[in-house]
Design a protein around this ligand. Structure first.
Ligand code: ATP
Length: 344
């Protein structure tokens, strides 16, 4: 176990920013801290780094409590969203910075910097200054600089936020490969669910200071444990009265139960298009949104509104049109439990 956090709390005056958060992280894993703005992600990252003192709780690295250890003694590399490169230093000197502090020899520094320049695809750029680089290149320098002193743990705070959308995807894949190759335990903060799903081995969903769920992107998508997680990862519609949905009438009596339905578990068709039409409900197309590869369709079924997708190959639907709607699966939640219900 590389990192163990137990009952971590952070209060700023009366405000409880992080509430009783506990988790463990395996060595070499890449973890995404995901959640809405103000949820406490950065506060957790800063406490791991030693930049913020926990109000209570324990942080252990490799079985050793580090609560009182200053940041520079924790063996951590940092990357921030705004690069934070030294503007008056070349790429070479930026990457060499942490090594000079460690008082390594000129030759050791040169070897390590050139190794990182190779690893991060910056060969030929060693003598440039930050203003002579693209955003993506600058962020690569920031990664190289953070990795140079061979940290035990890499912390990344919204590392792609300032990068042009066009190259962000490329840089994500690149970073994931780089981290795998180096084999370093890494934690990154993001509020972008797509980014977390694509990059992380494991995601921790943080909301209102609490850890809502931790698991692989697939686990979290497939088995969300709270309505918040289900709504935050992937698209879905919340149904207050699931008993109104055909096939789910049994759920009617369970008080306080909410249901979430994902688009891929909703089948729609023109009358006659659906195989199990006898099990379907009547609905009406409310809106259609063109998504490039398919249509996103909003349907009204009684008081419920559902969202699903329709492929471009099928006959076009029109707003106001009557459709058959079949719901195959719902995610059910009450105060204490979550479960999946299939339409049998
Ligand atoms: P974002 O995605 O916006 O960065 P976040 O999930 O990283 O959000 P934090 O930055 O950890 O959230 O902040 C959590 C809460 O704690 C916020 O409501 C914030 O205003 C508050 N907070 C953070 N730092 C301080 C501070 N030094 N003093 C008072 N309140 C703070």
């Amino acid at each position: 176990m590389h990192i163990e956090v137990r009952n971590l709390n952070k209060q700023f005056g009366d405000f409880h920013a992080v509430r009783d958060v506990s988790f463990t992280i395996e060595k070499g894993h890449l973890i995404g801290l995901l959640g809405p703005s103000g949820g406490g992600k950065t506060s957790i990252l800063r406490m791991l780094a030693g930049l913020e003192t926990p109000t209570s709780g324990d942080i252990e690295f490799l079985g050793k409590r580090v609560n009182e250890l200053p940041p520079q003694e924790r063996g951590i590399g940092f990357v921030f969203q705004n690069y934070a490169l030294f503007k008056h230093m070349t790429v070479f000197d930026n990457i060499a910075f942490g090594l000079k502090i460690k008082k390594q020899s000129k030759e050791q520094i040169r070897n390590r910097v050139m190794e990182l320049v190779e690893l991060t695809g910056l060969k030929g750029f060693e003598h440039r200054y930050p203003h002579q680089l693209s955003g993506g290149q600058r962020q690569r320098v920031a990664f190289a600089r953070a990795l140079a002193p061979e940290p035990q743990l890499l912390l990344l705070d919204e590392p792609f936020a300032a990068i042009d959308a066009k190259i962000r995807g490329e840089l994500r894949t690149w970073l994931k490969e780089l981290i795998e190759r180096v084999g370093i335990t890494s934690i990154f903060v993001t509020h972008d669910q797509e980014e977390a799903i694509e990059v992380a081995d494991e995601i921790m969903i943080i909301n209102k200071g609490q850890l809502e769920q931790k698991g692989s992107p697939w686990d979290i998508y497939k088995s969300p444990e709270t309505p918040f997680v289900a709504g935050f990862i992937g698209e879905s519609t919340i149904i207050e009265n699931i008993g109104e949905i055909r096939g789910f009438e049994n759920a009617n009596g369970w008080s306080g139960t909410k249901a979430l339905i994902r688009p891929e578990y909703i089948e729609i068709g023109k009358p006659g298009e659906i195989r199990l039409a006898s099990a379907a409900m009547n609905g009406r197309v409310k809106h259609l949104h063109f998504r490039g590869s398919e249509w996103m369709v909003e349907i009204e079924v009684g008081a419920a509104k559902l969202i699903t997708y329709r492929s471009l190959e099928k006959d076009a639907l029109h707003p106001g049109e009557e459709v058959n709607v079949l719901v195959h699966r719902a995610y059910m939640f009450n105060d204490s439990d979550s479960w999946i219900m299939e339409n049998k």
